[in-house]
Design a protein around this ligand. Sequence first.
Ligand SMILES: NC(=O)c1ccc[n+]([C@@H]2O[C@H](COP(=O)([O-])OP(=O)(O)OC[C@H]3O[C@@H](n4cnc5c(N)ncnc54)[C@H](OP(=O)(O)O)[C@@H]3O)[C@@H](O)[C@H]2O)c1
Length: 241
Amino acid sequence: MSRVALVTGGSRGIGAAISKALQDAGYTVAATYAGNDEAAQAFTGETGIKTYKWSVADYDACAAGIRQIEEELGPIAVLVNNAGITRDAMFHKMTPQQWKEVIDTNLTGVFNMTHPVWSGMRDRKFGRIINISSINGQKGQAGQANYSAAKAGDLGFTKALAQEGARAGITVNAICPGYIATEMVKAIDEKVLAERIIPQIPVGRLGEPEEIARTVVFLASDQAGFITGSTITANGGQYFA
Ligand SMILES: NC(=O)c1ccc[n+]([C@@H]2O[C@H](COP(=O)([O-])OP(=O)(O)OC[C@H]3O[C@@H](n4cnc5c(N)ncnc54)[C@H](OP(=O)(O)O)[C@@H]3O)[C@@H](O)[C@H]2O)c1
């Protein structure tokens, strides 16, 4: 029986590439999303991967959704915490709401999704938790005090939980992507991309979602069992943590 992998925000962008790569690697994949039904339906139509709608910011919804997926597909062996949002503003203009939404989704959401799968992974003596953080959680970014704080928090969470999971066969790792060619980044004005963003990236291009996805597939594998508590930087040389 193939292992079950759950990818949050797995219907679009980097998450969609992760879901597809895990499916190609032989996993039974479930993808969650927040509200874009159209994209989720198109994704399921294209890939056959089941999609489930709830907010990672809601603990009870996470626990119920995970129960449903485990009943339908089997115990979750791999959890990829990929769902994330931005609510950018310079700090003097940032509202408590912008702060809260980003912390609730990008940091508390990782707790909310990991907590309900943790006991089962401990009982089965196997698990893989892979958290998608960000270069901006490592270096900080003006206009993203909320996002940088949440993504840095994900790295602390990763390191602490790696220590707790080690003897139970559970690895916990983080990936910090730099600029990746998702719809969001490709929507940036071409001139801004060419003159201001690409020159900051030593390899001279944006990353591809599939490059993050391949890293996830490796971390999920049995071969990566000695790697835990790591932060893998995937940013084309833009920043060395
Ligand atoms: N793109 C980059 O360059 C970049 C760089 C560094 C790090 N990252 C990180 O990589 C991850 C994926 O980014 P992306 O650019 O692929 O994002 P994206 O294209 O905006 O997709 C985000 C996905 O997360 C889902 N989502 C958002 N809020 C959610 C919530 N509360 N509950 C459940 N699902 C939720 C969305 O669902 P809907 O489809 O329903 O909206 C969507 O499936 C994020 O954590 C992001 O911070 C991205």
